[in-house]
Design a protein around this ligand. Structure first.
Ligand SMILES: C[S@@+](CC[C@H](N)C(=O)[O-])C[C@H]1O[C@@H](n2cnc3c(N)ncnc32)[C@H](O)[C@@H]1O
Length: 225
């Protein structure tokens, strides 16, 4: 994408009522006004709150919001020019139960209060295979601790990835630490049994992996409280 196009999207994001872009300082000060208030201040209801981490263009957030009008969805990514797509679609199609938050996932426990979140989707995260990148892997123990903090005790996490490495690493870590794997499938379009929303929604990255005939994997789990 050209830099002009990016700038246009950044500008437009600032005018969207469904886009939130707190600064790092605002978050780490511990005084972010929406922490603990997403339902009441943004969605004006008491419905469950579902997050999509590393949402890219926001395909899951938008599609799930349409499918479940009685739940609230927030797509989170550091790249505003990407989720501009999802935010724009939500405005054009008048979908009230989806919003987008521009931040680093590392700061997620500053953006949401304890027990505020019902469910998390992690869609096609970068597997961060190199040893030095392990700390950025979105299912490592540090990230799981952050998710646990903001999730309700019964809250679940969904991981969809093309990376067999990420799938195996996450399963190993979950089993090793005694977290509860509710469901796992290493080839969702070939091996039956995945929930409908796993096979009926494809993200931008996923469509590219499917064209390359890569198997798509899925895990649904609970973090031990
Ligand atoms: C491989 S892309 C997948 C995007 C989308 N889920 C899809 O499947 O099309 C990974 C996304 O995660 C975002 N991301 C990676 N690390 C992040 C972090 N630490 N905080 C926020 N976003 C991050 C990137 O900006 C990118 O959009």
């Amino acid at each position: 994408m050209g830099s002009k196009n990016k700038l246009r999207r950044f500008k437009e994001n600032e005018t969207f009522s469904n886009v939130f872009q707190p600064s790092r300082n605002e978050l780490v000060s511990g005084e972010y006004e929406l922490e603990g208030c997403w339902r009441t201040s943004v969605f004006k209801n008491k419905n469950p709150l579902v997050l999509e981490l590393g949402c890219g263009k926001g395909e899951y957030s938008v599609a799930l919001a349409k499918k479940y009008p009685d739940k609230n969805f927030i797509g989170i990514d550091i790249k505003g020019a990407r989720f501009w797509r999802g935010a724009k679609t939500a405005i054009e199609e008048d979908i009230p139960n989806v919003a987008f938050l521009r931040t680093q996932i590392e700061l997620i426990d500053y953006a949401f209060a304890e027990n505020e979140v019902d469910e998390i989707w992690i869609t096609f995260p970068d597997p961060q295979i190199k040893y030095k990148r392990t700390k950025h892997r979105m299912t490592n123990e540090t990230f799981l601790k952050r998710y646990k903090k903001i999730l309700k005790a019964e809250g679940v996490v969904n991981l969809k990835t093309d990376s067999e490495f990420m799938h195996g690493y996450t399963l190993g870590l979950l089993h090793g630490a005694g977290h509860e794997v509710l469901y796992a499938n290493h080839n969702v379009y070939k091996q039956e049994g995945s929930p409908e929303e796993v096979t009926s929604i494809q993200t931008f990255y996923e469509s590219q992996y499917l064209e390359q005939n890569k198997p798509i994997t899925y895990i649904r789990f609970k973090i031990k409280h």
